[in-house]
Structure formats: structure tokens, C-alpha cells
Design a protein around this ligand. Structure first.
Ligand code: 13P
Ligand code: SF4
Length: 315
């Protein structure tokens, strides 16, 4: 019997747009997604903006082009909606480096401390926290905590150290870091600053202290994007995941953006391997199959919701 092979040529963008209508879906994307995903998304933003969009959307389905903790946050805020993530394995080194049992004992060792936890963590860790924060809201939130209240900050020690400097508050830090932001080479960045004397170094606060020390501006992804639009400089060395450069080029096409290099020349370590697990193909398939979806235990969801709501109120 002759086997008949059937190949179908499809335009992924068109199909995704069709599915979006059929499902009454909204596509939310983080700046670290590949350019074609950012271009098809309804909204691209930093973690705080994405959480706010997830809370306010009237769509029935949220397609989250980001990493697991971001989609999980959307589900915590929208238990009745279908929340899809193109690849369930799209994790985060910060979330992975903070297992719930260890976090629980950390809290138990310091019962008089308030736990302020970076949104880059699992729902289980959120459920054990008092207040969630993002890189764009952390400083504001910490400044609202009474001065005599002791604080535990988890899981990013670099962001934690940066916040201690900014707020003048002592905080006990969880020892975690982001595999992308700890990769930048101070030596190579200094070389770039010499080669491009007019360029400004702009960095995400997840970077290590020596990089932040040399920076002209430090902020969340959205704040970095606004800075390059508002600042008069024409060249920027960008010390965060390279995906954001797509929006920077769109917003300021006359300016030059130089990705901060990693120490190791042989890797693309300044790209987040988790964020890049999502592809346009997987985005299409997850909408077509309505799978993989984020599923969560209702008890954990309710507990995790409280500290997220506190963040939304305080930021
Ligand atoms: P932002 O909230 O600044 O977008 O950061 C998210 C993140 O994962 C940075 O690595
Ligand atoms: Fe997590 Fe770092 Fe990737 Fe952000 S860039 S999602 S912090 S691993």
C-alpha cells in the first residue's frame, strides 16, 4: 500500500490570530521572548505590568508567553480562566533555587521577620510569603514597611543587596541568583565603556554588584526601555537579557544598543534559556490544543493570592 504524505503549509501568525479570536484569548508576553512572539502579543511588559494586565483582562483565555512563575501568577489572579503556557518547562533559576521546604525552614528560623519575596518564585513559595514584589515595585514596597520591622528578602541576593543600598534597610537575604544576569563580564563591560565613551551602561538590578557599580541607570525591563527613549544618549550598553533590545530598537531606531557580553565567549549566556523555550510554533500549538495549561491546588492558590494582592495595592 502506498503511503500518502500530506504536508500543510501554514502561516503561523495568521493561525495564531484566528485562534485568538476563536478562544477570546489575550496573548501576554515578556520582553525576553523572541521578537516574533513579542510582535504578535497583545501586550508586552515587565513582571508587574504583566501581572496587572492578567488581573484586568476580560479575555476568557490567557496565553502567557513568558516563564512558569509568570503564568502561575496569572492563574492565581484568574482561577476561572484557562491559562496556557507554550512550554511548561520554561522555568527560572531563581524560582528553582528556592524550594518550598527550604524556604519554610528559612522563615521558621526567623519568626519575627516579614517575608518580602521577589515574584520570581513558585506558587508554593508565594503562599509562604507576606508580600510579593517585582524589580519595579520592590523599593516602593520596602519603603512602606515600618522601620522597626525586620525583613527577609528572597530569592535574589543581587536584587536584595541593591535594595539594601537603595533603601538603607537591613534585610536578611536568601542566597539565590539569576543565571543570565550573573553572567556579564565586568572586564568586557569596562572594555566596551572605553571603546564607546559616550555609551551609557544600563542594567537590571539582578546583575552582580560590580556591574551595577559601573551602571549609569538601573531598573526593571520596562524602566530600562523608558530610559533609552527619554535619555539623550545615542548609544547604550544593555546589561540584561538581549530580548529587550527588540523593543528598544523599535522605540528608538536612531539609537545603538550593545548587548553586555558574558564572560564566556562560546555561549549565548546573556539569553535566558527558559524564556527562549517558547517558540512561535509552540505558541500556535498550545492555542490549538488548549494545552499545556497551568493547573493549581486551590488551597495554595488562595494563600499565594494574598501576598500578590498586597503587592498590587502597595505598588
Ligand atoms: P522584570 O520584572 O524587570 O521584567 O524582570 C523579570 C525577570 O525575570 C528578569 O530576569
Ligand atoms: Fe529567571 Fe533569570 Fe530567566 Fe529572568 S532571566 S526568567 S530571572 S532565569
Amino acid at each position: 500500500m502506498e503511503l500518502i504524505k500530506k504536508e500543510i503549509e501554514i502561516n503561523l501568525e495568521d493561525e495564531i490570530l484566528k485562534l485568538k479570536k476563536e478562544l477570546n484569548a489575550v496573548i501576554l508576553a515578556h520582553y525576553y521572548q523572541e521578537s516574533e512572539i513579542q510582535d504578535i502579543a497583545d501586550f508586552v511588559g515587565d513582571s508587574l505590568e504583566l501581572a496587572k494586565k492578567a488581573k484586568s483582562t476580560s479575555a476568557d483565555v490567557i496565553v502567557f508567553a513568558g516563564v512558569h512563575f509568570m503564568a502561575e501568577t496569572a492563574k492565581i489572579l484568574n482561577p476561572e480562566k484557562l491559562v496556557l503556557l507554550p512550554d511548561l518547562d520554561a522555568g527560572c533559576s531563581l524560582a528553582e533555587g528556592c524550594p518550598k521546604e527550604e524556604f519554610k525552614s528559612f522563615r521558621e528560623k526567623h519568626p519575627d521577620h516579614l517575608a518580602i519575596t521577589y515574584i520570581n518564585c513558585s506558587a508554593n513559595v508565594k503562599a509562604l510569603s507576606d508580600i510579593i514584589c517585582t524589580s519595579s515595585s520592590a523599593e516602593k514596597i520596602i519603603n512602606k514597611i515600618p522601620l522597626d520591622q525586620k525583613i527577609l528578602f528572597s530569592p535574589d541576593r543581587n536584587l536584595g543587596k541593591y535594595l539594601i543600598k537603595k533603601t538603607g534597610r537591613e534585610m536578611l537575604l536568601w542566597d539565590g541568583s539569576c543565571i543570565v544576569h550573573e553572567t556579564f563580564s565586568e572586564r568586557k563591560i569596562i572594555d566596551l565603556k572605553i571603546k564607546y565613551p559616550d555609551a551609557k551602561l544600563i542594567s537590571h538590578p539582578e546583575c552582580e554588584e560590580p556591574i551595577l557599580m559601573h551602571s549609569d541607570f538601573i531598573g526593571s525591563t520596562s524602566k530600562l526601555l523608558s530610559f533609552v527613549q527619554e535619555d539623550s544618549s545615542l548609544q547604550f550598553i544593555v546589561a540584561t537579557e538581549t530580548g529587550i533590545i527588540h523593543q528598544m530598537k523599535k522605540a528608538a531606531p536612531e539609537k545603538e544598543f550593545i548587548p553586555a557580553p558574558p564572560e564566556d565567549d562560546t555561549c549565548s549566556c546573556n539569553e535566558c534559556p527558559f524564556m527562549k523555550m517558547n517558540t512561535l510554533e509552540k505558541l500556535y500549538l498550545c492555542m490549538k490544543n488548549k494545552y499545556p495549561e497551568i493547573v493549581m491546588d486551590e488551597k495554595i492558590r488562595k494563600k499565594a493570592l494574598l501576598p500578590i494582592e498586597r503587592m498590587l495595592e502597595m505598588s
